[in-house]
Design a protein around this ligand. Structure first.
Ligand code: FAD
Length: 276
């Protein structure tokens, strides 16, 4: 059975909360190993993340909160780690994060994700399994692919246990990244992050922001469907299903889905993958 994890974000209001709970309950049928909950830019959803962690724990999931260090003080991080320990959380996704637009990193002492991994290890020993982010197509602010790989390796050396990648649609970028990491001595699992395709404009917007490449042929096909949501869904399911199959056939240790708090697209890709 494929090792699966699912990512959710804290809902903004009561209606979105109902949607999140419905999606999470539906996706529980896929038996994810864990679900993760994002942390807003600059820590803007700290309370929201905590509340969603509690809510998903209440539904029976093993929950991994995301945690970011940019703009955070050591004391606030210490407090959060303590809250998570009290909730019985054993897995975290440790990130640098991004400041909300218009704000710089301020007086952050912990400026990189590697600083946060070291901080978590110093404060809590081996209590948490730590996941970090990896960028097969390079983080958009990195000076070069080599520099970015070097910084990724630094996070692993500081004590991260495994990694989840930014999403991508080119499987070769993933395989090549894993190969380069292995050549530098990283043996930890590097799990591909998978973005289902459901909405053309949203996909283009997200991808521009995070530096993920949407291949030209995919963009052209999506544009050609216009507002025909059923065609976009079917096409997206085919493209992402084939990508997942190729990744698993090539040795990917599992799949991490960016659910966007919706069940349908993930279920579609999943059933395509497990069709006999
Ligand atoms: P880092 O690993 O610190 O890297 C950031 C940049 O700094 C890279 O360009 C790297 O090469 C460079 N760098 C690293 N170390 C050094 C150094 N010592 N010297 C110089 N340069 C260095 N964002 C959120 O706000 N909340 C979330 O919940 C969230 N979840 C995410 C989950 C996943 C799986 C992924 C892939 C991303 C997520 N993000 C989230 C986005 C992430 O916060 C951004 O991509 C952010 O810009 C970088 O975070 P990082 O942890 O990869 O940073």
């Amino acid at each position: 059975m494929t090792d699966l994890s699912l990512e959710f974000f804290p809902p903004r209001d009561a209606t979105a909360e109902v949607r999140l709970v419905a999606a999470a309950k539906e996706l529980a049928a896929l038996a994810p190993r864990y679900v993760s909950v994002t942390f807003g830019a600059g820590g803007s959803t700290r309370e929201g993340t905590l509340a969603t962690v509690r809510q998903l724990q209440g539904l029976g999931f093993d929950v991994a909160p995301h945690l970011s260090c940019i703009g955070a003080t050591p004391d606030s991080l210490r407090g959060l780690l303590q809250s998570y320990r009290e909730l019985g959380v054993r897995r975290l996704v440790a990130l640098r994060g991004d400041m909300p637009s218009g704000m710089g990193p301020g007086l952050s002492i912990l400026r990189h994700a590697s600083d946060l991994v070291r901080f978590i290890r110093d404060e809590t020993g081996n209590w948490f399994h730590i996941e970090v982010a990896a960028y097969p197509e390079m983080h958009p602010q990195a000076a070069s692919p080599q520099a970015d790989l070097g910084h990724f390796i630094e996070k692993m050396r500081e004590g991260a246990n495994s990694a989840i990648t930014q999403y991508f649609f080119n499987a070769d970028a993933y395989f090549e990244f894993v190969e380069r990491a292995r050549a530098q001595g990283v043996s930890a699992p590097i799990v591909p992050g998978i973005m289902p395709i459901t909405n053309h404009n949203q996909l283009v917007r997200f991808s521009e922001a995070c530096g993920a490449e949407v291949p030209r042929w995919i963009r052209l096909r999506l544009a050609s469907f216009g507002d025909d949501r059923a065609s976009i869904r079917d096409f997206g399911q085919d493209v992402v299903g084939s990508l997942c199959q190729r990744l698993l056939d090539g040795g990917a240790p599992g799949l991490h889905f960016y659910t966007l708090n919706q069940a349908d697209a993930v279920r579609g890709v999943w059933s395509q993958l497990h069709r006999q």
